[in-house]
Ligand binder design. Sequence first.
Ligand SMILES: O=C(O)[C@@H](CO)OP(=O)(O)O
Ligand SMILES: [Mn+2]
Ligand SMILES: [Mn+2]
Length: 510
Amino acid sequence: MTAPDTTPGDPGILLVLDGWGHAPPAADNAVDAASTPVLDELTGRYPSTLAYASGEAVGLLPGTVGNSEIGHMVIGAGRPLPYDSLLVQQHIDSGELRENPRLVSLLDALAVRGGALHLVGLCSDGQIHANVGHLSELLAAAAARRVPRVWIHAITDGRDVADGTAETYLTQVTELAAAAGTGAIAGVIGRGYAMDKAGNLDLTDRAVHLVADAEGTEVNTAAEAANASERGDEWVDPSILRDAPGARIADGDGLVWFNFRSDRIQQLADRLLEHLAATARTVDTLSLAQYDTRADIPALVQRADASGGLADELTAAGVRSVRIAEAEKFEHVTYYINGRDSTARSVEEHVRITGPGASDYKARPEMNLDQVTDAVLDAAARPEVDLVIANLANIDVVGHTGDYAATVKACEHTDAAVARIATAAAESGRWLLLVGDHGNAEKMTKQAPDGTSRPYGGHTTHPVPLVVVPANKEATAALPQRATLADVAPTVLHLLGHKTGSAMTGRPLL
Ligand SMILES: O=C(O)[C@@H](CO)OP(=O)(O)O
Ligand SMILES: [Mn+2]
Ligand SMILES: [Mn+2]
């Protein structure tokens, strides 16, 4: 770790505008269409650039859309970090995954005792939480080890991919199973139920009972379940295939979770394992990547080391920070930005804004932004606070609804919040660094396989704007033409008067 240098810096505010991407003006660009006089003025008047936030620049496979977890991790780490999806793919390409001792021993045990293998995960190629290609590899491994029965408990997406595509992915899953020579879909359920992360256990339990107990609406085909949903792919009701006898999890079966990202599957994983234990079923369980569950689930692929980032540097230098976000994005400015490290640090305060959540953010594009902004202003007014780090969730969260008009409004609410924060920064002698963590709202349609253009609420591969409003407004050094999210932590440290951390490969932009 680098010793703090003695250059006096200024206190500041790091503001992550979640899902704030940049793309040329177009009919589906909500960021461009929104009236955002303050963002326009700050971007025009102060040093600004575009930062890469997807693909290899942040530690993803080339061409892969950015996401909040890797986005905030790289903002904090000051270097690209090989993300779980990339690591899993490397293990598949090298043949390591199939030979993984934990996997082999589970599959061999099932073959010997005649147990079934249950595979649970999101069935799409959105590459934010999961990739059906990984499922395919697990199916091939199960076939090679002669596991007698393999059940796929399919979660439908409609968020990381265009809505209305669930049937296509379920068909693909069936084809992958046929190609592997094993596996059948047991049940289907939307991610709104199965991947709740807000503690709505009534939703989670619908998924628990579908997967563990084969309880759901009976359907003849997976497509029938997907097409029956009146609220899109995210909300496909728990449905059990009529020709899936014995899909209920039995004592002695095995279970592998194939989402690589933890945050939206860990609630279900814990709840399901507790239910199995309570109903006297011993089930050996693995996850594809490491999960943040209460239960200790052995992972097939380990996480990259993310230490030596901003949090470690701030702690070593005694820099006091306040982290602020509403519930949707709270882990982003605490756990993710700290490198998936939950160590409590005495120099850090966490402010989690709770307010009415919403099952439909279209109707409330302002979310709880006023309270988030109030908290930022309170923290900025405290002289002992060196750094305020906040996430403004609206552009991403409302963008995910795929509703263009609501997303334009979310951008406009964000602009009004930035106006208040920029004024407070000026009044408290703070610099203000604005940056997106990945694109979303700047592209609100996607071409479907049939050539039609569909509303799209997912992330993009576009770069994100990065603007530095210096504490001393006279200083107007230009930023490099292109930056990456890895440059944010070195720039923040520089503005605070500290050197780039020795583990960081990004550079200060000023
Ligand atoms: O909501 C989520 O889980 C993902 C999209 O699936 O978005 P983000 O990476 O912004 O959290
Ligand atoms: Mn995000
Ligand atoms: Mn998102």
